[in-house]
Each structure stands twice: as C-alpha cells, then as structure tokens.
Design a protein around this ligand. Structure first.
Ligand SMILES: Nc1ncnc2c1ncn2[C@@H]1O[C@H](COP(=O)(O)OP(=O)(O)O)[C@@H](O)[C@H]1O
Ligand SMILES: [Mg+2]
Length: 231
C-alpha cells in the first residue's frame, strides 16, 4: 500500500508550519523523519494520522475514504495513551470501540501481545511496567486496530537504553510483518541501521528524502554550522 502526499501545507494562526510537502510512504518500509525542534515532524505525522487540517492532497488507496483508516499514531509519552487497568484490557479497550466480536478481539489482542513480547504480562497493571514495556503496550494497542502504517512520534525519547532497544527491535519486527513505519526521532543513530529512508525537514520543508546515512550527515553538518556560527 502506498500513501502519496502531494503539496501538503499546514498553517496555524497564519504561520506556515509545513510547506509544500510531496513524498510517499509504502508499507514494508521504515522511514525516519528528522529535523530540529519545531521543524514540523509531529505536524507531518498528525497530517498522516488524519488529526489536523491541511492544504494539498493525500492520494488514498482504493476503498479507503480517510487516511486515519490506514494509519495509527503513537505518542512520545505512553502514559497518555494507556487506559486499561491491565495490559490485556488496554488492548481490548481500543477494540471494543470498533465493534468486533469477542473472539475476534481476543485473537487480535493475543496476536499483538505476542508480537510485542508482552504476553506474559497480560494480567499486569500497566503502572508496574518499565518504560520500554509501556511503550510496547502503547504500540500493541494501536497495532490491534490493524493500521497499515504506524506513526511513531519520538517514541524512544523517554526510554532508557534497554527500553530504546526493545522498541527498535519491535519496529523491525513490525516491518517484517509488512507494516509501514514512519518514525519521527531525534536519536539519529538508533534507527539509522534499520531505516530504509530518511526524510529531513527544515522549517517545514523537506530538504532531503533518501538514504538514511546521507540524510543524517546533512543534518549533522547543519547542526555543526549553526553551532560554529554561535561561538
Ligand atoms: N497546536 C499548535 N498551535 C500553534 N502552533 C503549533 C501547534 N502545534 C505545533 N505548532 C508549531 O508548529 C511548529 C512545528 O511543530 P512540530 O510539528 O511539533 O515540530 P517538531 O515535531 O519537529 O518539533 C512549531 O513552530 C510549533 O510551535
Ligand atoms: Mg515533535
């Protein structure tokens, strides 16, 4: 499945946040979205999640009427997303809203918990989970809704080293399952070995779209230039 973005622009209160974004995303690929704070990474993910208004066009696959039908957004802070009093309930909650039969819900919940290696914690109160486990639960609950694309917004930012590793491993597994993964991140090295592509956003525009190592190099050079001009 492909999502094609054509000349997407977003403005808040007269200020342009995204400028003329044209690119496409495919299932089965991991795309890193990098760029300075405030450059528009989260805004791009929110456009893809169907959470905000935009100018331009997202070309949708046949049979899809809204982009949110095929995407799922995961926040930086898993606490904001977890609502169940057990791991199992948290996954089930999201599914109750879409009106599935009980056995279908349980099948899906079991599948995503296995995939994210949370099966043994299914009766645990999420409060007692580690950061990495919480973030994997947030991903599992979104994944249970069966989006084709996962939008991960700084999902490793609050995690310790083990937690980051666990989430990266999970992302690689989801790619193997055929999902498209779009990950906005400050942690340039964490996903670079696994990303198929890198989009570098500067002040709302895509300034690079291609090989992750080249994109990261370009971004680092820019950071160094800015630093050098200040000292
Ligand atoms: N709800 C909002 N209202 C007004 N401005 C916003 C809002 N959300 C984000 N912005 C602005 O949009 C710009 C891009 O933000 P964002 O997409 O969150 O960047 P990033 O995720 O790359 O840090 C920033 O200048 C930010 O201040
Ligand atoms: Mg952001």
């Amino acid at each position: 499945m492909v999502l094609k973005l054509k000349n997407i622009s977003v403005s808040y209160l007269g200020k342009q946040i995204l400028r003329d974004i044209s690119t496409s995303f495919e299932t089965g690929e991991i795309v890193m979205v990098i760029g300075a704070n405030g450059s528009g990474k989260s805004t791009l993910l929110k456009v893809l999640a169907g959470l905000i208004e935009y100018d331009g066009e997202i070309v949708l696959p046949e049979g899809v009427s809204d982009v949110s039908e095929v995407t799922g957004y995961v926040f930086q802070n898993p606490e904001t997303q977890i609502i169940g009093s057990t791991v199992w309930e948290d996954v089930i909650f999201g599914l109750e809203n879409i009106g599935l039969k009980k056995d279908e819900m349980e099948k899906r919940a079991m599948h995503v918990l296995r995939l994210l290696e949370l099966e043994e914690l299914k009766d645990t109160d999420p409060y007692y989970l580690s950061g990495g486990q919480k973030q994997r639960l947030a991903i599992a609950s979104i994944l249970a809704l069966q989006p084709e694309f996962l939008l991960l917004d700084e999902v490793t930012a609050m995690l310790d080293k083990n937690g980051k590793r666990e989430v990266v491993d999970a992302v690689v597994k989801l790619k193997e399952e055929g999902k498209g993964i779009i990950v906005a991140t400050h942690e340039l090295n964490l996903f670079s070995a696994y990303a198929d592509r890198c989009i570098y956003i500067d002040a709302g525009s895509i300034v690079f779209d291609g090989n992750p190592n080249d994109g990261i190099k370009l971004y680092r050079e820019k950071i160094h230039r800015q630093f050098a001009s200040k000292v």
